[in-house]
Design a protein. Structure first.
Length: 276
């Protein structure tokens, strides 16, 4: 990690490549990062608050320790992965070359699994501003205060609630699914961490034992928190993009990196590049 410098309680990722903060933190894979008027993003992950910004060509993690960087943030921001190498490999296809060039700053966030699971349950038939509002209210009521924000509530805390307890969170029909997920995770019936490193189809079926979790929510959870990088979540945007851009299916050269490719296609299609 020759490009990592620790200085004055900050961590500098020098000449950071393939790492755009807005593309990564606000592209629909996480819902709790906020950006201020100075371009500083702030969030809470695994009980730790972080502020992060771009400074010239560097990414700067503010007021964090070397220990937290190595134990939390290095993996969270997927810094051990060479995205430039992936982009080069999938550029064998001209459309993927355009999509990956357009979204080359996106990185996959390795999130806390229970938070990711609940977030994507909440995301069903929902829009991003409303998703963010629901999650913010849930954290403020049942999480722990950390810095200027809150931790995501634990499965154990949420498992003790009923649907009426969540009425003021205004998550609608999703409340019963959050309760079911919390009870199954808190009891150990569903062991999220045990799904890392196993067959993706098996892991998907395990997640789908939770009420309200279908293939899309399961694949989002697998991709964004359980290191199943071949998982390929499909919402209406992706389905439309695949029909238009890849009617014969995603090229073979890209299937190994399905989840990363999905993010490039998602960002490319949502930014108005279909029908061009």
């Amino acid at each position: 990690m020759e490009n990592i410098i620790y200085k004055n309680s900050n961590v500098y990722i020098k000449n950071a490549e393939n790492f755009d903060l807005a593309m990564t933190l606000d592209c629909g894979q996480a819902f709790r990062w906020k950006c201020d008027e100075n371009g500083v993003w702030s969030g809470v992950v695994k009980g730790k608050a972080l502020s992060i910004k771009k400074e010239n060509n560097d990414i700067v993690l503010l007021n964090t320790s070397k220990e937290d960087f190595l134990n939390i943030w290095y993996d969270y921001f997927d810094l051990n992965r060479d995205y430039g190498k992936i982009i080069k490999k999938i550029s064998c296809d001209n459309t993927l070359k355009k999509a990956s060039s357009f979204g080359e700053g996106i990185r996959i966030l390795n999130q806390e699994p229970f938070e990711a699971l609940c977030s994507f349950i909440i995301s069903q038939n929902n829009n991003i501003p409303r998703i963010k509002g629901i999650i913010e209210r849930l954290c403020a009521k049942y999480g722990e205060k950390i810095g200027e924000g809150y931790s995501f509530p634990t499965a154990r805390v949420l498992s003790k609630l009923n649907v009426d307890d969540l009425s003021d969170i205004r998550m609608g029909f999703r409340a019963k699914y959050i309760i079911d997920a919390s009870k199954k995770v808190a009891s150990g019936e569903i062991n999220l961490n045990s799904l890392i490193g196993i067959d993706t189809d098996t892991a998907r079926q395990e997640l789908m034992k939770i009420k309200g979790v279908g293939p899309k929510v399961a694949d989002c959870t697998l991709l964004f928190s359980l290191k199943h990088f071949s998982a390929f979540p499909k919402d209406v945007w992706i389905k439309r993009a695949l029909e238009e851009l890849f009617p014969q299916g995603v090229p073979e050269c890209a299937k190994e990196y399905g989840g990363i490719v999905q993010q490039y296609i998602f960002f490319y299609s949502r930014s108005g590049n279909l029908n061009k």
